[in-house]
Ligand binder design. Sequence first.
Ligand SMILES: C[S@@+](CC[C@H](N)C(=O)[O-])C[C@H]1O[C@@H](n2cnc3c(N)ncnc32)[C@H](O)[C@@H]1O
Length: 266
Amino acid sequence: MSTKTGSYKTYQSHARHTGSNPAAHIPDPRLLILPQEILKDARVLDIGCNNGAVTGHLLLRHGVKSVVGVDVDEELVMKSQSHVKFMLSRVRPCSDPPPGREEWYPVSSVRKHGPRIPPAEARERGRFWCGDYVTATDPAASGGCPGYDVALALSVVKWVHLARGDSGLRSFFEKVAADLRPHGHFVLEPQGWESYARAVGKNPELRGVFEGIRVRPGEGMEALVAECGFGLVRRWGVGTGEGLKREILLFRRLGDGEGGDGLDDV
Ligand SMILES: C[S@@+](CC[C@H](N)C(=O)[O-])C[C@H]1O[C@@H](n2cnc3c(N)ncnc32)[C@H](O)[C@@H]1O
């Protein structure tokens, strides 16, 4: 793993990631707590997609229209492709899927006979690209606002923050705002300050930027997100029995002239 970008190769215990992880059928609690209506038929951006687990779950369980995953680590982008292919290989080939469709083909069948070729429609729905989200451009984008309905930044902003400081974090949130359609949703799972200190302990190269950081996770970071054009809709804390390890914040991109106070829950 890179101690500079958090490019864990075994994140979420996706055991010694081989692209055929049997734990792929376990739902992600962070996605389960979200209001499912914001995901239904949505075009989603998964920033820091790692091994594609979240991307795959979005496609298989949450009824999204499409997902684009981006990660700075090329090896992880390739793993994401194989992981999603594996997950799709277990799906019952059916246009009107009943519950449990994602567990239709046993892991052993996929391992023995190899992944089924995902249907073309599914391949179009899940796509990945490699790059630093703050500075790079999606090679498949034709310019202009991609107009995503939902953007996810799960356990990734610490790495952007430690790489680029407060101004880089602002650029990150501004880019998310630019990539979303007006009123689109932004799901943020910030890492805690103690987690920053741990990262610096593992990689002293990060110390210089770390010591210059003034915007801390919590109120400071939320204020910065608001300055970039978002209003807070809802938050979920840890210890509420929902299986979350970190707080999850749901923001909505504000329309022109719209204030961020008193946004309705979804
Ligand atoms: C800790 S993992 C989180 C994975 C996933 N989002 C989740 O929560 O399950 C952080 C991921 O962000 C990626 N990453 C870090 N900085 C990035 C950047 N600037 N642009 C895109 N991806 C980045 C890392 O390579 C790593 O895969």
